[in-house]
Write a protein that binds this ligand. Structure first.
Ligand SMILES: [Zn+2]
Length: 122
């Protein structure tokens, strides 16, 4: 298992955050199996709101959040309302949290948090 994010030579993305997104998705795709059933994870097409991967076996969905250095207390997400809607829905995703070193792109942490821990509690 490789523990470093690899920059794709054909990467045409300009911004750092896009590069990291592509690199971390590639890492998950080649190293991580479905925590629920052990089968292969597939990538959804880009720009799908809140879900990056799905399992070809059990159909669970996974959203990947990557952050440099440490997890800290907050994970920033793009669209708050989309996220809120998604985690309250019937097929809310499980989450992967990945942290990497900003110096050498080594992976520091990789966590899988089951979907049951996210939701709206009234
Ligand atoms: Zn599965």
């Amino acid at each position: 298992m490789s523990l470093t994010l690899i920059l794709n030579e054909n990467d045409v993305f300009k911004s750092n955050s896009q590069k990291i997104r592509v690199m971390s998705e590639l890492w998950v795709e080649s190293n991580i199996f479905c925590p629920n059933c052990g089968k292969t994870l597939n990538k959804f097409e880009n720009n799908r709101p809140v879900a990056d991967f799905y399992c070809e076996g059990c159909k669970e969905e996974y959203e990947l959040k990557s952050k440099k250095n440490t997890l800290g207390q907050k994970i920033v997400d793009g669209a708050y309302s989309t996220m809120l809607e998604r985690i309250s829905s019937d097929n809310n995703p499980n989450f992967f949290f990945l942290t990497y070193s900003s110096h050498n792109f080594e992976i520091r942490d990789f966590l899988s948090i089951p979907k049951h821990f996210f939701g709206k509690y009234d």
